[in-house]
Design a protein. Sequence first.
Length: 72
Amino acid sequence: MRNADQAQAGRRAALVIAATAILWVAATFIGAKLGLSQRALALFDLMALGGFLWAIWMIYNIWRARQDNQGR
């Protein structure tokens, strides 16, 4: 993976983190205002957890690609 590709992948991971956080806060706020059940709010929490785990996976892949490039 080239440096430009790594930079683009890093920006993509940052966007996933930011979008997940914003959507999570918005869903929690709107859900509380609408009086959604704790079960529905927990679903939003699980979706946010999935988004954050996906971002961690993306960051791990970037790190691995950098490790591979250092040996060459």
